[in-house]
Design a protein around this ligand. Structure first.
Ligand SMILES: [Zn+2]
Length: 562
């Protein structure tokens, strides 16, 4: 007995230690302004959980970004999309901080990157400096805030990762955000799950009416139900000083006083982030553009963000019994919003029917599936779908209708097209396109091998063969051919492509590579004269842009500088 007690105590203290290891005073504010957030850790985004905090930068670029702690620059990644220009600092305590969507870096880091960019003749680059190359001290200026990559407006994306590169909630490290407002409840939903389960006589998902009470909590209408049911909630949280609807931190549910489910955003890993599509009601999201968080765990859902889950968080309601189901939604500051749901067990009066669309194509989640017609084939690998699903698939000419985008896809589905009926010349200009709103084609990465084109897709919809015969267009933005532009800080050209999209670009002056930074959001290429690579007065600029099927455009102009 004593041994067991000692062991328990030991395990308990190990757990406490592991918890208390998170340093609460090591990391400092990465900006010199008060932290106001436009995004929180764990917030629900498109196909992923938000992996950091988005810090507002006063609606502008150009704020100094400071190292959150001592350490060294361990990685630099510059991409057209995603994090844009991003900096990673590794700290002596084993954590890494990440700074994304930067406009530029500190002069020392900028010089280090430019050297490599000119050597490799590329804007997009990933570098892993050694520990002694770019050392930083806490609050050193490391970069300037910006809006590069997949950013919807100027801000700093700030992350703290553990030694396994798993993003953690920065709030856990003592980075405090003023927040005096409790989370907002936008809507509550109930899901009858079992075959014969019902709520108020129906087997379908239903919205639950909520009444706000004086103390800030909500009381739900009484539900008459029977069988296995579960809930979902649409909820957001605001911090002080900004109107942004951000994510919540934690949700607890309990049934008749016993906890049956907890969701919390302390940490997750990038390998699981796409399973967000199982946490939310994907079908509802796809049709309504708003996210319901399921307060239960489906059998195939491996997410690590759940704790203390009993019976997957679902409830089995029995006839003639009463239940009180409580939901508590919390933000990191501890402000809470409570919803109380009274449930009465009642056999259904009529037989419960569920609306399940049946088609000729039942795809099992645990088995691979393939179908072919009209020279178009589809291969759905095992594990692409989360659950067994009837898919609506039809073929017409060069187009395949592959259901619609309200069923989540986890891993790539392959679509192949036999293009043997087309001439070599037309095949060159062809690509696989997804048909969007009003049938507008958008490029889907197309692999061409002889008479077979393939593409990997992660959203259902209509796919077809399209053709792009028009080369990209290139136009000068801030200069004219033959002009003197000694006072310009940079030269900009606008590059666009009407259909397949831009694949690559290259610029030279007097035959020598010059670095041009591509910003897809405003379709511009920019060369900064501060790179100091232009030494002549007369400069013959040449810009070549190639689209995704290989159509190429060349723009040439001469400008003068002294
Ligand atoms: Zn972000």
């Amino acid at each position: 007995m004593k041994k067991i007690f000692t062991l328990t105590l030991l395990l308990f203290s190990v757990a406490i230690q592991a918890q208390s290891k998170i340093p609460s005073d090591f990391f400092k504010n990465p900006l010199a302004v008060d932290l106001v957030l436009s995004g929180t850790f764990g917030e629900l985004r498109s196909n992923h959980f938000h992996s950091g905090m988005d810090i507002k930068t006063q609606q502008r670029e150009g704020l100094p970004i400071l190292a959150a702690g001592d350490g060294f620059v361990s990685r630099i990644n510059i991409q057209h999309y995603g994090y844009g220009k991003a900096l990673y600092i590794q700290h002596p305590n084993g954590y890494t901080t990440v700074y994304g969507h930067l406009q530029k870096f500190s002069p020392e880091i900028e010089a280090y990157i430019k050297k490599q960019q000119y050597e490799k003749e590329t804007y997009e680059i990933e570098l892993f400096p050694k520990a002694d190359e770019l050392k930083v001290t806490v609050s050193d200026l490391v970069a300037i805030s910006g809006n590069t990559g997949g950013s919807g407006g100027p801000h700093l994306h700030f992350e703290i990762r553990d030694g396994q590169q798993r993003p953690m909630n920065p709030n856990l490290f003592g980075i405090e955000i003023k927040d005096t407002q409790a989370p907002t409840v936008n809507s509550l939903w109930v899901y009858p799950l079992g075959e014969s389960a019902h709520v108020n006589g129906s087997g379908e998902r239903q919205r639950v009416k909520l009444t706000p009470l004086k103390d800030g909590s909500f009381k739900a209408e009484q539900l008459n139900a029977c069988g296995e049911i579960a809930f979902g909630v649409n909820t957001t949280d605001k911090q002080d000083g900004a109107p942004n609807n951000n994510g919540i931190y934690k949700i607890n549910t309990n049934l008749n006083g016993d906890q049956i489910f907890q969701l919390n955003f302390d940490r997750f890993s990038f390998s699981e982030t796409r399973h967000l599509n199982q946490l939310i009601d994907y079908e509802y999201f796809s049709n309504n553009k708003s996210r319901i968080t399921r307060l239960y765990v489906q059998p195939s859902n491996p997410l690590s963000v759940y704790q203390n889950v009993v019976n997957n968080g679902t409830i089995t309601i029995q006839d003639s019994l009463t239940y009180l189901y409580n939901i508590t939604i919390l933000d990191f500051a501890g402000n809470e919003r409570i919803i109380r749901v009274p449930i009465k067990g009642e056999q259904p009066i009529n037989k419960i029917t569920k609306n399940i669309k049946e088609t000729d194509f039942l795809v099992k989640a645990n088995e691979a599936f393939s179908v072919e017609e009209n020279g178009i084939d589809v291969y759905i690998p095992k594990g692409s779908l989360y659950e067994d699903t009837f898919l609506d698939i039809s073929f017409s000419g060069d187009t395949i209708h592959l259901d619609k985008d309200d069923i989540p896809i986890h891993s790539n589905i392959t679509i192949g097209f036999d293009v043997s009926k087309y001439s070599e010349e037309s095949k060159e200009k062809m690509f696989i396109a997804k048909l969007g709103y009003r049938g507008r084609p958008s490029y889907s990465s197309t692999y061409k091998k002889g008479n077979r084109f393939t593409t990997g897709i992660r959203s259902f919809g209509d796919y077809t063969l399209a053709s792009d015969v028009k080369p990209p267009s290139i136009t000068p933005v801030n200069f004219k051919d033959g002009q003197w532009i000694s006072s310009n800080e940079n030269i900009k050209v606008k590059i666009t492509d009407d259909l397949s999209g831009i694949k690559s670009y290259r610029a030279t002056v007097n035959g020598k590579f010059i670095l041009m930074e591509y910003e897809y959001k405003n379709n511009t290429l920019t060369h900064n004269f501060s790179d100091a690579v232009l030494t002549e007065t007369e400069n013959k600029l040449k810009v070549i842009v190639i689209d995704n099927v290989g159509n190429s455009s060349t723009y040439e102009a001469t400008f003068f500088r002294k």
